[in-house]
Design a protein around this ligand. Structure first.
Ligand code: ACO
Length: 325
């Protein structure tokens, strides 16, 4: 199976490093040199994750020449759903008029889109379904603590949609590698709001509904796992590093991307990077970057593209595909 259509959306407003300088003790220079981020797109108060997902879905379906009525399944990958339930995928199903489609969410944080492609792809490969919509959609800025300079400079909001359909032999998704290490869960979490610490005045006062992160531990984990996961996906596809035309990594930190590319021996012109304008959009990062690279004509039919991500959980995943459109 392969990607038959792509769409993307981002938050309506731009939050620049200069804006952040006025909010916390930081500087444009620190943020650029330590993360590579110059700005991020953020949503307005009235915009929710399903709104961005809807925009991306409409574009992705049009790109594939389809409508909501053609969908058999909708998978939304997100850690910032509109609400705990119903799922964001169900909200989207109604809005798209996708009356035939089953719908559910997947939660694998920044690795979400890779997990979603893997799950959605299995339904197409097994011929259970023909047309599956996989969306990475996040409004991380809604759970970002804008008094914490170590995290608030990192995140932006966006959504990327991919329509999966059957394709010819040797095209589309060639291999997938997924992994998790739950023992590292505390390194990156939103502590409250679930059954362990239900929302209360105390959890709000203690700012436990925001992202809590041990940045340097996550950094070390990310550098290690990105290279290993991509290598494993390349090998599982029966390819070698030299066959890779483009790497589309999760956009968490420019230094993590550069280290992973170095480890894989890939020159900079083979690595798709858009973190400067978008920051870290979690599960939306990869599909938004892929969409941009395909739209601009950088990725072309026949190219071997490797997607690779890491995220909270801890989780990781990589997919090798031959672009077939
Ligand atoms: N401005 C200025 N100084 C800062 C800032 C800031 N925005 N943030 C931290 N600092 C300071 C720290 O306080 C520290 O100062 P100290 O030495 O006086 O204590 C110093 O900079 C160095 O801090 P480190 O945390 O060691 O900085 P590092 O180089 O590791 O960069 C960063 C921090 C950018 C967070 C990095 O660790 C990183 O990118 N980690 C990975 C994060 C990530 O990818 N998370 C994924 C989350 S998405 C998801 O799954 C939901």
């Amino acid at each position: 199976m392969g990607i038959a259509g792509l769409g993307a959306a981002a938050g309506e407003d731009l939050l620049t490093n200069n804006d952040l300088e006025k909010m916390v003790d930081t500087s444009d220079e620190w943020i650029k040199t330590r993360t590579g981020i110059g700005a991020r797109h953020i949503t307005r108060p009235e915009t929710a994750t399903s709104d961005l997902a809807y925009q991306a879905a409409v574009e992705g379906l049009a790109d594939a020449g389809l409508t909501g009525a053609d969908l058999d399944l909708i998978i939304v990958c997100t850690v910032t759903p509109d609400m705990p339930f119903p799922s964001t995928a169900c909200l989207l199903q109604a809005r798209l008029g996708a009356t035939r489609a089953a719908a559910f969410d997947i939660e694998a944080a920044c690795s979400g889109f890779i997990y979603g492609l893997a799950v959605g792809g299995q339904f197409v490969a097994s011929r259970t379904y023909d047309t599956v919509l996989v969306i990475g959609a996040e409004t991380l800025t809604k759970i970002t603590d804008y008094t914490d300079r170590a995290t608030c400079v990192l995140f932006g909001d966006g959504a990327g949609a991919a329509v999966l359909r059957p394709v010819g032999e040797g095209e589309g998704i060639l291999s997938t590698v997924l992994g998790a290490d739950g023992s590292g869960g505390e390194l990156l979490m939103q502590p409250a709001g679930g059954s362990r610490l239900p929302a209360s005045h105390e959890t709000v006062d203690k700012r436990l509904h925001y992202i809590h992160m041990s940045g340097s531990d996550v950094f070390k984990f990310a550098v290690k796992v990105m290279g290993e996961a991509a290598d494993a996906a390349i090998e599982r596809a029966g390819l070698s590093r030299e066959d890779v035309d483009f790497l589309v990594p999760h956009q968490a930190n420019r230094r993590i991307i550069d280290a992973a590319a170095r480890r894989l021996g890939l020159p900079a012109d083979k690595v798709i990077v858009n973190i400067g304008e978008f920051g870290n959009m979690s599960s939306a990062s990869i599909p938004v970057a892929l969409h941009e690279a395909v739209r601009s004509g950088r990725i072309k039919r026949g190219d071997v593209v490797v997607l690779v991500a890491f995220g909270a959980g801890l989780t990781w995943g990589s997919t090798a595909l031959r672009w077939c459109r």
